[in-house]
Design a protein around this ligand. Structure first.
Ligand SMILES: Nc1ncnc2c1ncn2[C@@H]1O[C@H](COP(=O)(O)OP(=O)(O)OP(=O)(O)O)[C@@H](O)[C@H]1O
Length: 246
């Protein structure tokens, strides 16, 4: 039918064009936790006395049991949550962007990705916005159709384009791969590896962690500790703990 011209050719989104704009350097310390304690209620602390620094060359994956406080730690980094005790110091010029699935709820489904970006970043020419969305592999018609007609994966790309346009120094990624296919995950990994900013990743996707993280931090028992090994060692450790072996 395609060859006979009866139906339009199905064109897949290009997947190899994820790209974050380089941001240059900020002198360290960029983000510092000093004796931080945090609990949603004072009698139930999720973190106690934590100290660490994150810089623009940090490539960290946070791991740990469900409910240990990984997402909470990201929120303490952005300032969405404030410590119960101690302090979080951020460089005055630090721009942090956080990716999480709930951002999809912010999208206006009746609008196209292009109009949405033009509304979010007023005063910019259409061409510029098209290019910004194009950097995340959404091209042509997909940019101008209502976002309700896009797939979840395509909407994730719009969110990435929206975040990247703010040119963050640091990206905090909370389960970024939920709606992405494997090719797109690889594009994301490639883009992160080519980018010069800092990254903190929360993901259950060990394959992505293996591709992009240089450090593994374990959130558990009210603290954050650095894992001395790579994510594959950590996976083995989890298996051994669960009494499983290869
Ligand atoms: N707004 C909130 N008010 C009260 N408690 C909360 C709130 N958000 C999270 N919690 C609780 O704080 C703890 C840590 O939650 P958090 O989402 O940070 O864990 P997580 O390690 O990211 O978990 P998961 O891997 O399941 O996403 C959990 O026990 C959770 O139920």
């Amino acid at each position: 039918m395609e060859r006979g011209g009866l139906t339009e050719k199905v064109s897949r989104d290009k997947v190899l064009v994820f790209r974050f704009v380089d941001v240059g350097k900020l002198p360290p310390p960029v983000l510092q936790f000093v004796e931080v304690a945090f609990g949603y209620t004072p009698e139930n602390l999720i973190y106690k006395n934590i100290d660490f620094g994150v810089d623009l060359d940090s490539r960290i994956a946070l791991v740990g049991p469900n409910g240990a406080g990984k997402s909470t730690l990201l929120k303490l980094m952005t300032g969405e949550l404030v410590p119960t005790d101690g302090m979080v110091r951020r460089h005055n010029h630090l721009r942090i962007a956080q990716y999480h699935q709930h951002l999809a709820e912010k999208l206006d489904m009746e609008m196209s990705a292009l109009l949405y970006m033009m509304r979010e970043y007023p005063g910019n020419e259409e061409e510029r916005m098209r290019a910004a969305i194009g950097k995340f592999g959404l091209s042509g018609k997909a940019q101008v159709m209502p976002m309700k007609n896009l797939s979840d994966g395509q909407r994730s790309r719009v969110i990435f384009a929206w975040l990247a346009y703010r040119q963050p120094h640091m990206l905090l990624l909370d389960e970024p791969t939920n709606h992405l296919d494997i090719e797109t995950i690889d594009s994301l990994a490639e883009a992160l590896n080519e980018w010069d900013g800092g990254m903190v990743l929360v993901s259950h996707d060990f394959r992505l962690i293996n591709q992009v993280a240089h450090e593994i931090w374990v959130c558990a028992d009210q603290s954050v500790t650095r894992w001395e090994g790579d994510i594959m060692d950590f996976k083995q450790h989890l298996k051994a703990k669960a009494g499983l072996s290869d």
